[in-house]
Write a new protein. Sequence first.
Length: 168
Amino acid sequence: PLTHCNGSSMNLAIPEARRWPIIIVAVLVSQMAFGVWMARVAGSDPHHAIEPDYYARAVNWDSTMAQARRDRALGWDAATTLTRASGRGATLQIALVDSLGTALEVDSVLVEALAVAHAGTITRRTLTSTGQAYSTLIPEAAAGLWEIRVRAVRGADVFTAKLRTELQ
């Protein structure tokens, strides 16, 4: 109902029976609005990443462990360097050696390279031989820590490795 104060202005009075339901509804609406806002903030983060085929990789964990045993049996090792090229690009080099430290010649070297801070952007490349190593150019390479996933094939032998390197 409308009431008069001092006869000059009108105030809208909310009956006491309706105050608590209005407060409860206002709190619920504000919680929903906050949840929607947080979901938008979380979804717009450019640094988030979702591991591709995560469930399939988890289901096939036995084959991942079998590959790790084959990697150890081969005795191969990999070392990586990532150096700044012209502009925003970087040159990725992978050196492969056998158990005696001799440089390996392989049929193919495939890599997945990702800056840890921008793990949602994975660069996939086939490397080319440069004599003692294999290399490729990554056109857009952010400074920081990088994870390099290597897959080298020579005949029936397959070698995999996960390496970390820093790009200045």
